[in-house]
Design a protein. Structure first.
Length: 102
């Protein structure tokens, strides 16, 4: 019985300071919110970034950018006019940065 208690005391002595250090160094580490925030990081954070991405990949002049749900999460609808006069609307997935529907 004494040996089990001694092992338990040694285990607690070495592990408890590590838990408190992780909590003080990163308050989100113990709550699980840190994992949620990592999943929510977006590649495209603004309508300006979405417009710049579409302009660099497709070319032309950006006419309009709107917030739009894409695949169930945030994104943007970008309307662009090409040099030949064609107007193209595409969707930009904010999470992945993918352009959908050329």
């Amino acid at each position: 019985m004494k040996s089990v208690l001694a092992v338990l005391c040694i285990y607690c002595f070495f592990t408890l300071p590590n838990f408190s250090y992780a909590y003080k160094g990163n308050p989100l580490a113990m709550s699980g919110q840190g994992i949620k925030q990592q999943k929510q990081k977006l590649k495209i954070n603004s309508s300006g970034q979405a417009a710049q991405l579409v302009k660099s990949r497709i070319g032309g002049k950006v006419l309009k950018v709107q917030n739009k749900k894409v695949n169930g999460h945030s994104g943007y609808k970008v309307k662009i006019i090409k040099k030949d006069g064609r107007i193209i609307s595409v969707l930009v997935d904010a999470k992945s940065g993918r352009i959908i529907g050329r």
